[in-house]
Every structure is written in structure tokens, then in C-alpha cells.
Design a protein around this ligand. Structure first.
Ligand code: G
Ligand code: G
Ligand code: MN
Ligand code: NA
Length: 254
């Protein structure tokens, strides 16, 4: 559907936008994080979902400059949040395998943070375990370097794909994100309820943070809370928002 040249042009002409979805700690009632989610504002075709262009960006390698753009935008948002007084809010950025596997990835990330003057602790990377399969040792090396830098890491879509408990044992990570597919019908599906509960317990035993994704209703929220889940992301609080709407949302929340 899309061609390499469309994406190249979109990057040159700044047609990408970074949206942000709040993550709320429902115990302290604070917005503890934001997940950055990219959108393509196509001049003729309107807003295009990353699901429809990230795969092409990955096979063409354009994901590398696109990912750098995303990280720069995320650091801008961190600075804007600080100006508004949100000093504790961590911004999470999705990183695809192709980006993470670049040997220069961590150095470039360090440069972006330094140039922006952003503390590494304000940034979190979301990676999926599909990355891990063939690159276990390299993964550990990259993750150790990120730890030294002070950037934290969440395992996204946890429990789907090539998940392995071995990764939890080997990888120095900080957070598990419970995949939306488990949450979706956890109130009616006993298996998914068991899985959700187990991931929350697992995170606690490993002293990892846990974020429940895809919370859409009050019923979802109460259910996840009853299982010990505290940090919540989903349409119940907000869909992903462009920065100006996010600022409005934040000022209404507090
Ligand atoms: O925002 P939405 O639900 O449409 O996102 C669809 C998919 O695109 C998700 O899997 C999400 O992780 C991914 N995605 C969103 N933004 C980015 C990004 O900036 N970089 C990468 N690599 N993936 C992203
Ligand atoms: O793969 P990843 O977890 O990064 O993708 C997150 C995706 O989930 C984004 O595309 C985002 O727009 C979407 N999303 C976020 N909250 C909800 C929700 O409550 N319900 C649904 N259906 N999708 C959501
Ligand atoms: Mn994600
Ligand atoms: Na996810």
C-alpha cells in the first residue's frame, strides 16, 4: 500500500505527529507516565495508524531515522511537561527490533538526551520480546548499557509473542506491560483473568512495575485493581492525544 518514497517524503515534510496516552497510578491518583504513539497526518488521506506503516519502515530501514525523530519529539514533550510542573512523569517510547539492534542505538540515544538536556530517568523504552529470540547476549549487553545510561525499559505486550520467563530472569528491565488482549475479556474469561493476576503477581515478586493496558471501562478498572494492578493505561482515562489536547487533559485531571 505504502512505498518507501512516501515515508521518506513524510519524514522530510514532517507529516508525523507524536501522540501521548496517560498512564495513571490509581492508588496515588497521579499521572506517572505517558506512552508516545506515532501517527502519520497524511495531507490527502488523513491520520494513518502506525500499524499500517511501521512494518514498511522496518523493512526499508527508515525506522532508524523515524525512531530518532520520535525520540527527539519525546524529549521535547518531557521538557514541556517539566515547564508545566509535571516533574515525575516518565515518557515511554516504542522501539522496534530493527532500531534496538543497531549497535549505535544507545550512543545515539545518549546524544539525543544530552542535546535536549533531558535526564535519562525521564525516558522509558518499550520493547517486545520478539526482539529477543536470536540475540539474547546482544540484548543483555544493550540493556546493561541502557541501565548505565539511566534509561528504563518496559517489556511491551507481555505474554504474547516469544515470551519466555528466561528473559525475565536474564534481562535487566523495570516494567511489564500486560497486553490488552488479556485485559479485554478478563472480567468474563477465567483463563485471561488467571493470566492477568499471574502477571501482576510475577511483577511483584520480581520487583518490577506493571502497567495494565487497554482498560476501557470502570468494570475493567475495578477488576484489575482487585487483582493488585495499580498503574492503568487505556481509553477509560484517555485515548492517545496530541500535545495541546494532552495539556488540557492534564489540567482537567489535576
Ligand atoms: O497507537 P496504535 O494503537 O495504533 O499503535 C499500533 C502499534 O504501533 C502498536 O504496536 C505500537 O506499539 C506501535 N507504535 C506506535 N508508535 C510507535 C513508534 O513510535 N515506534 C514504533 N516502533 N512503534 C510504534
Ligand atoms: O503494542 P502497543 O501496546 O504499544 O500498542 C498500544 C495500542 O493500543 C495503541 O495503538 C493504542 O492506540 C491502543 N490502545 C490504547 N488504549 C486502548 C484501549 O483502551 N482500548 C483499545 N482497544 N486500544 C487501546
Ligand atoms: Mn507500547
Ligand atoms: Na502493548
Amino acid at each position: 500500500q505504502w512505498f518507501h518514497m512516501d515515508l521518506t517524503k513524510a519524514l522530510e515534510e514532517e507529516q508525523f505527529r507524536l501522540y501521548f496516552q496517560p498512564q495513571v497510578n490509581t492508588k496515588s491518583n497521579e499521572v506517572t507516565g505517558l506512552e508516545a504513539l506515532i501517527r502519520w497526518e497524511h495531507p490527502e488521506r488523513g491520520t494513518i495508524s502506525p500499524a499500517d506503516f511501521i512494518p514498511l519502515a522496518e523493512v526499508t530501514g527508515l525506522i532508524v531515522p523515524l525512531g530518532q525523530w520520535t525520540l527527539r519529539k519525546a524529549t521535547e514533550q518531557i521538557l514541556d511537561l517539566e515547564k508545566l510542573g509535571f516533574m515525575e512523569c516518565v515518557v515511554s517510547v516504542n522501539i522496534s527490533a530493527v532500531e534496538f539492534q543497531q549497535p549505535t542505538f544507545v550512543d545515539q540515544l545518549e546524544n539525543i538526551l544530552q542535546e535536549a538536556g533531558v535526564s535519562p530517568g525521564k525516558l522509558r523504552l518499550e520493547i517486545t520480546e520478539t526482539i529477543a529470540m536470536d540475540y539474547e547476549e546482544f540484548m543483555i549487553e544493550q540493556l546493561n548499557r541502557l541501565n548505565e545510561l539511566g534509561v528504563s525499559v518496559a517489556l511491551d505486550d507481555f505474554g504474547t509473542g516469544y515470551s519466555s520467563l528466561k528473559h525475565l530472569s536474564l534481562f535487566p528491565i523495570h516494567c511489564l506491560k500486560i497486553d490488552r488482549s488479556f485485559i479485554k475479556d478478563a472480567t468474563t474469561n477465567a483463563k485471561n483473568e488467571g493470566i492477568t493476576r499471574s502477571i501482576i503477581d510475577l511483577a511483584e515478586h520480581l520487583q518490577l512495575e506493571v502497567v495494565a493496558e487497554g482498560i476501557e471501562t470502570e468494570e475493567d478498572l475495578l477488576h484489575v485493581q482487585s487483582m493488585g494492578g495499580q498503574t492503568i493505561q487505556g481509553y477509560y482515562f484517555s485515548k492517545p492525544l496530541p500535545p495541546y489536547q494532552l495539556n488540557e487533559w492534564l489540567s482537567n485531571f489535576y
